[in-house]
Design a protein around this ligand. Structure first.
Ligand SMILES: *[C@@H]1O[C@H](CO)[C@@H](O)[C@H](O)[C@H]1NC(C)=O
Ligand SMILES: *[C@@H]1O[C@H](CO)[C@@H](O)[C@H](O)[C@H]1NC(C)=O
Ligand SMILES: *[C@@H]1O[C@H](CO)[C@@H](O)[C@H](O)[C@H]1NC(C)=O
Ligand SMILES: *[C@@H]1O[C@H](CO)[C@@H](O)[C@H](O)[C@H]1NC(C)=O
Ligand SMILES: [Ca+2]
Ligand SMILES: [Ca+2]
Ligand SMILES: [Ca+2]
Length: 675
């Protein structure tokens, strides 16, 4: 009675009309009238279909049934439009099978006639009926096990051991289970093929301080296809997931390092696979072999179990956090907890050497802008400009003490710190065709070590580092305590862009015979002086040092030509505005100019065909190799310092004496080191 009432309220059509009956055109079987418009509709209850069976059809025939027509709609959609005359057999074969409503849907008819009937037509007559739908015949319906049709609906049911899921179609198994302790786990259906549509979650747990150990025994057979799991077995702990496993090969057993694990077993809707047997046992909890990365444990064991205590030390090159280091902690003790975790745990970080402090040496720089500076990382150093070359180690590695180290030496060890030394003996070569009497005019950058001193006595000098120059003692004799000015980086003595250097110290060779007023000198032996500038000379292509020579036996120039340069006079003039040079060769001292002055082994004689050095050239350089023939592996070196000669330059076949620089290498080195 209640069902009826609900039905009456919701579906007024369902019982206001009988479940079967006839419908026909007005006046049937007599002829129908013109200008008729008839509508008819019936609906099926849920789970039912309404079918219509036309048993008689005789309407006026017209193209596209535009005059008189019977139209059939299913849920409002036109499914058939009829006119003309058809036999019952024709109707049964080609029209009636399609006249059915969807489940629970409606069929409606409209019958319309136009204004005229050329002859008498009897109209139509049809039988309608409401029928149950056999849903079990419908292939799309998925009752996973059994389907039961009944009038107005259907239902699914399952084989024993399964239950119907909430979707009322799928059969599944209840395999969610919690187990404590030890045992064997097999999937539902075991022995024999496991159930389909299973989503099992087995929660296994053991007592505190223990872990679960899993082992597969017997046959393992979980459906897969080409290595892809169709059904799957997955084992999860708080921190790890093992699997999914499938196929025919049992996974090897393992310690889960967990007190509780979940075994998830999911199957699809088909297959005949045998499953697995999984034993679970309890074992004392173990802790990992590492307490914290980059540390070492003592004692060393293959296995650590609950209650074990170890001493943890950062491995070489690593230290604890700053606050532990500050507290001078070198190691700590950690204990394996029942959770299988170590406690306490402090992390180790690599030692950081930091950016090296190069501020004390402004010529040094890192080759990489932002190098990594932690343990084992490397840095390399270079000199800021090409006029310097790095001397000492260039590559350093951050060592375990946090120091930049190279071949056992620290970057900032006093004696080993790399330094930038000016590159010596390099110039820009030119070929000059501008001949000047007794010499040739130099080009800028060609003799970049050449310096000029104008006062109190005109003379030359040679830059030998970025701080020091060499000249003849007699050029600066008597003026050592003064601040003298040297000019360089030019070829024109009046060049306003010259590099001006002021002296800080002038050191005359101690064995040089000083000028004493009124006394005739006996020799120019040891005519050499070192000049220290008050500031570093800014090296450039215009101003660069010359190399010092090497000690050698025999003649200084070894039979080859060298080059002397200076702003001294040519011919009868005592000075030249422009820097000039000339090529010379060495002569035996006996063939050289002779006077009362003693000739010693600290000097050598050199001269040219029509060239010579002259007064204003004193102190200037005689270099080897000959200008124009230097090379990176054959840099120019200062073999001689213009010293003394005949009063009239160019006399005595243009020969003069030069201080033999190679006799003073120790004095130069020691003096420069000490000052
Ligand atoms: C499955 O079994 C568990 C425990 O046996 C029970 O709590 C749960 O209600 C069952 N679920 C269904 C859908 O039967
Ligand atoms: C540092 O240099 C050494 C030797 O050249 C090399 O073996 C090492 O791998 C380098 N370290 C790094 C972090 O690149
Ligand atoms: C790191 O380098 C310094 C300087 O060479 C050295 O004294 C120290 O022993 C080195 N430390 C280690 C751990 O090798
Ligand atoms: C240099 O002077 C002398 C005499 O004073 C003279 O004979 C000679 O011609 C001059 N030489 C030059 C190149 O001017
Ligand atoms: Ca008509
Ligand atoms: Ca049914
Ligand atoms: Ca399956």
């Amino acid at each position: 009675m209640i069902i009826l009432c609900v039905c009456v309220i919701l579906l007024p059509v369902c019982f206001t009309h009988p479940l079967a009956g006839w419908v026909s055109s007005p006046g049937h079987p007599g002829g129908y009238e013109p200008d008729i418009k008839m509508n008819w509709e019936r609906c099926a209850p849920a789970g039912h279909t309404l079918t219509l069976s036309i048993v008689h059809l005789d309407l006026e025939d017209s193209h596209d049934c535009e005059n008189d027509a019977l139209e059939v709609f299913a849920n409002g959609i036109l499914i058939s439009k009829l006119c003309g005359k058809k036999s019952t057999e024709q109707l049964q074969a080609s029209v009636n099978p399609s006249l059915r409503s969807p489940s629970g849907g409606c069929l409606s008819l409209t019958f319309q006639t136009d204004y005229s009937n050329t002859e008498q037509h009897t109209g139509f007559r049809a039988f309608y009926t409401v029928q149950d739908i056999d849903e079990c015949l419908d292939g799309d319906l998925q009752c996973s096990h059994f389907c039961h049709n009944y009038i107005g609906g259907y239902s699914c049911s399952c084989r024993p051991g399964y239950f119907l899921r909430e979707d009322q179609h799928t059969c599944t198994v209840n395999c969610t289970e919690e187990r404590f302790g030890e045992g064997v786990l097999t999937p539902p259906g075991s022995p024999g093929p496991y159930f389909e549509n299973a989503q099992c979650t087995y929660t296994l747990s053991v007592e505190e301080g223990k872990q679960i150990i899993l082992n597969f025994i017997g046959e393992f057979d979980v459906e897969d296809r080409e290595g892809q799991c169709i059904d799957s077995l997955t084992i999860k702990t708080d921190s790890a997931t093992f699997g999914p496993f499938c196929g025919k090969k049992a996974p090897s057993g393992f310690n889960t390092a967990a007190r509780q694990v979940q075994v998830l077993f999911n199957t699809d809707q088909e297959g005949q696979n045998l499953g697995f047997s999984l034993t679970y046992r309890a074992k004392l909890m173990e802790c990992p072999g590492t307490v914290t990365p980059d540390s070492v444990l003592s004692p060393q064991r293959t296995v650590y179990v609950v209650g074990d205590t170890v001493t943890v030390q950062c491995k070489t090159g690593y230290t604890f956090d700053a606050h532990l280091v500050k507290a001078d902690v070198k190691h700590f003790e950690s204990t394996c907890q029942t959770s299988g975790k170590w406690s306490p745990v402090y992390s180790c970080a690599p030692v950081d050497c930091g950016d090296p402090d190069l501020s004390k040496n402004d010529l040094l720089a890192l080759t990489e802008e932002r190098p990594l500076t932690t343990y084992t990382h490397n840095i390399s150093l270079k000199c800021l400009t090409k006029f310097y070359q790095l001397s000492g180690h260039a590559h350093f590695t951050c060592n375990a003490s946090g120091l930049w180290e190279s071949h056992g030496e620290s970057l900032f060890d006093e004696a080993n710190s790399p330094i930038c030394l000016p590159e010596c003996g390099m110039n820009e070569e030119f070929f000059s065709f501008e001949r000047v009497y007794g010499g040739e005019r130099a080009r800028l950058k060609q003799i970049p070590w050449q310096l000029l001193i104008k006062r109190p006595r005109r003379g030359g000098a040679s830059l030998i580092s970025d701080r020091w120059a060499l000249t003849a003692a007699h050029v600066v004799d008597g003026h050592e305590t003064k601040k003298l000015t040297f000019n360089g980086g030019m070829i024109d003595g009046q060049d306003n862009n010259a590099v001006i250097m002021e002296t800080e110290k002038i050191i005359i060779h101690p064995d040089y015979e000083r000028e004493v007023f009124g006394l005739a000198r006996t020799s120019y032996d040891n005519d050499i002086a070192l000049v220290k500038m008050s500031a570093r000379v800014p090296l450039s292509f215009k101003i660069r040092p010359v190399c010092l020579p090497k000690k050698s036996a025999g003649p200084v120039m070894k039979g080859v030509m060298g080059t002397v340069s200076g702003y001294g006079g040519t011919g009868n003039k005592t000075k030249s505005q422009f820097l000039q040079y000339a090529h010379l060769e060495e002569y035996p001292k006996l063939s050289c100019f002779q006077s009362n002055l003693k000739v010693t082994d600290n000097m050598f004689c050199a001269g040219g065909d029509e060239a010579d050095s002259c007064k204003g050239d004193s102190g200037g350089p005689l270099v080897l190799p000959m200008l124009g023939t230097g090379a990176p592996n054959k840099p120019y070196r200062l073999e001689g310092i213009v010293s003394w000669g005949p009063a009239q330059c160019g006399d005595e076949a243009f020969k003069g004496y030069y201080t033999k620089v190679q006799n003073y290498l120790d004095w130069i080195r020691e003096t420069m080191e000490k000052n």
